[in-house]
Design a protein around this ligand. Sequence first.
Ligand code: GAP
Length: 475
Amino acid sequence: MSAPNIETIVSLAKRRGFVFPSSEIYGGLGSAWDYGPLGVELCNNVKRAWWRWMVYERDDMEGLDSSIILNRAVWKYSGHEETFSDPLVDCRECNARLRADKLGIPAAAEGGDIAALIRDKAVKCPNCGATNLTEPRPFNLMFRTQLGAASTEDDPSALAYLRPETAQGIFINFHLVQQTMRRKVPFGIAQIGKSFRNEVTPGNFIFRTREFEQMEMEYFVRPGEDEQVHQEWIDNCFNWYASLGLSRDNLRLYEQPKEELAHYAKRTVDIHYRFFPERAEEEKHWDELMGIANRTDFDLRAHSKNPLNEEGKRVNPDSTEDLSYFDEARKERYYPYVIEPAAGVNRSVLAFLMDAYSERTNDKGETRVILKLHPELAPIKVAVLPLAKNKPEIVGMAKAIKRSLQPVVRAVYDDTGGIGKLYARQDEIGTPFCVTVDHQSLEDEAVTVRDRDTWEQERVKVADLQQHLQTRLIK
Ligand code: GAP
C-alpha cells in the first residue's frame, strides 16, 4: 500500500511535525514549506544516503559545495539567461497565470503553434474554463538580485542570480577538482544544495516549490563512451530508489522526446514516480522524480575560452580558462562529455513518504497509520518507552537506556501517554523499533523490543540491545 494521494501526506506531515506551511502566522507564503523536527531528520537522512551511495561507496567520485550566487557570466554562457524560461499565458477572465506547456495541449501541437490554438479559442483555462487566454511569452525562471550596498535595481553591473541548478558550480570548478585531486577521466563530482526557480505554477505540496534542494552529480567521460555510461547511471539511479524502499510498481523510466529536451541535452531519461495515484487516467499518475541527462560537452565548451565561432572569434571572450582535458594515456585532448543524474531532495522526500504510507487495523477495529520508511531514512530509529511513568526506577532505567543508545542511533524517550498511544505515535512517524521498559525489566535486565512493521515483540537483554538493534537497522 502507498498513500492514496498527496493530501494524505500533507495532513500527516503537519500533524506529526514533518513539514509545516511556511510563514503561517502571517497568512503563509504560496508554495513555501518549513521542515519540522522530523522533516529535517528525514531530509538529512535522504541526503546522507545519497552521498554515501554516490561518493563514499565509489572510487571515482569527489564532492563539492559551490556558491549559490555565481558570477553572472556563468548563466550567460550556460544558456540560462537566454533559454531558462517557461511559456507564460494569462487568463483574461480569471487572471490565472498558467504554463502554456501544461494546458493539456497534445505534445504534437506544443512544438507547433500554441499561439494559433489560443487565438482560435481552442484552448480552455483550466481554472475557469474561459477561452480568453493571452499568447504565450517567455518568462525567465531565474531569481534576480543585486550585489552590493550601493547598487540600484536597474544597475546591470550589480545584477546576479540565485542558482537555478547546482550543476554549473561543478562545471566551473571542473579543472580545479580534477587537478587538485589528481583525477583522470572518467570521474564524477557530486554536490547537494539549494536551488531557486521562480516557478509560474508551483504546487502539489513540496513537489514543485520556488526554493528547493538538489542532489546532482556530473560524471565526466571520454566522448564516445557517453552512451553506455549514461545507460549505466539510469539503471543505478532506478535501483537506488528501489533499494531505499520505493516500490518498483510506483517507479518508471520516461524517455524525453526530442521536443522536451533541454538545450544542452543529447538524451534525457527521467525517473517518474506515481505521485498522483488518485487520477482517473493511468498516464496522469506519473511525474518526474529525477532526470538523468547526457549533457554532451556543451557546458565545458561553453565555459572555455578557446572555442571559436565560424567567424574565427572566441565564443566565450569572458572566460580565462580552457576546460578541455588532456588524456595522458591516449595523448589526446578533448572536452569530456557529461552524464548528469539530477535529483530533488524534496521530491524524493515526498516519494519516500507516499510509498511508506500504510494503514492497518488493530484488534479493537481501529485503523492505524504506519509509515514503513526504510530504517536508513527513518527520522527516529528507536523510541524508549517506560510502561509506568510514575515508577522512578522504570523511568530511570528507560532514560539510561536511551542515553546509552544515543551515541550510535537517533533515539528518543517518550512517556507522554499510555503504551498503546505511544506505539501508535511512533508507527505513524516511521520509527522502526520501540523499546519498552516494564516492571520485570528491573529484575531480569531485559526489555521488550517491538517491530513497527509486524508489531511482533521480543524480549532482549539490555546488554545485547545495542547490537540487536544495529543489526536490524542495517537492511
Ligand atoms: N541540472 C539539471 C536539472 O536541474 P531538472 O530536471 O530541472 O534538471 C532536477 O531538475 C531535479 O530537481 C528534478 O527532477 C526535481 O526532482 C528537482 N526539481 C526541479 N525543479 C524543482 C522545483 N521547482 N521544486 C522541487 N524540486 C524541483
